[in-house]
Write a protein that binds this ligand. Structure first.
Ligand code: MN
Length: 205
């Protein structure tokens, strides 16, 4: 059985950038539904028992075809949201920018941090409809990708270190149609320490 993880902070911890009501609905309703639907899918399929959800994303081809789309959508929803909550932190605890080797990896690809942020926001804006924007690491190099629906980099053999939800349910209550404002606000609450740890473990594995 897959379980809904608790948020690593209070529902109102990301205010004013993400409001409490959005967090309550997003976590308690949307994320919970992905977990419940994932648990309803398997009926004892071995592949669903032996993997954690990230590992499951890497082994989607082993999932029987009859339930693969269900696992892709709901397993993706579970994996992505668990990763998303951990990517954020309350604004008074964030380092405003990445540092160390992560900063080097980003600046070597994008020139500087603000150029990276601009490209990331653009990728989030150009994702038509629902999806995600990601910073991924490949061979110590960083790049930005975006994915539709609940797809994610693990499904295509890439390692994400930052993932931002651009489904309307992630921002609509506060930002309505202004996805660009939501994406700009996100920089105030990125947990760069966590992203840096993910970067470290991706290059040492
Ligand atoms: Mn979401």
């Amino acid at each position: 059985m897959f379980t809904l993880p608790k948020l690593p902070y209070e529902y109102n911890a990301l205010e004013p950038y993400i409001d409490e009501q959005t967090m309550r609905i997003h976590h308690d309703k949307h994320h919970a539904a992905y977990v419940n639907n994932l648990n309803a899918a398997p009926a004892g399929e071995e592949v669903l028992i032996k993997h954690d959800v990230v590992s499951l994303m890497k082994h989607l081809n082993d999932v029987p075809e009859a339930v693969r789309t269900k696992v892709r959508n709901n397993g993706g929803g579970h994996a992505n949201h668990a990763f998303f909550w951990e990517s954020l932190i309350c604004p008074d605890q964030t380092d405003s920018e990445p540092d160390g080797m992560l900063k080097d990896a980003i600046t070597s690809t994008f020139g500087n941090i603000s150029n990276f942020q601009e490209k990331f926001e653009k990728a989030g804006m150009s994702r038509f409809g629902s999806g995600w924007v990601w910073l991924v690491v490949d061979d110590e190099k960083s790049s930005i990708i975006d994915t539709p629906n609940q797809d994610n980099p693990w499904m295509i053999g890439k390692t994400p270190i930052l993932g931002i939800d651009v489904w309307e349910h992630a921002y609509y209550l506060k930002y309505q149609n202004r996805r660009a404002d939501y994406l700009k606000a996100i920089w105030h609450i990125v947990n760069w320490k966590k992203v840096g740890e993910r970067f470290q473990s991706s290059i040492s594995s």
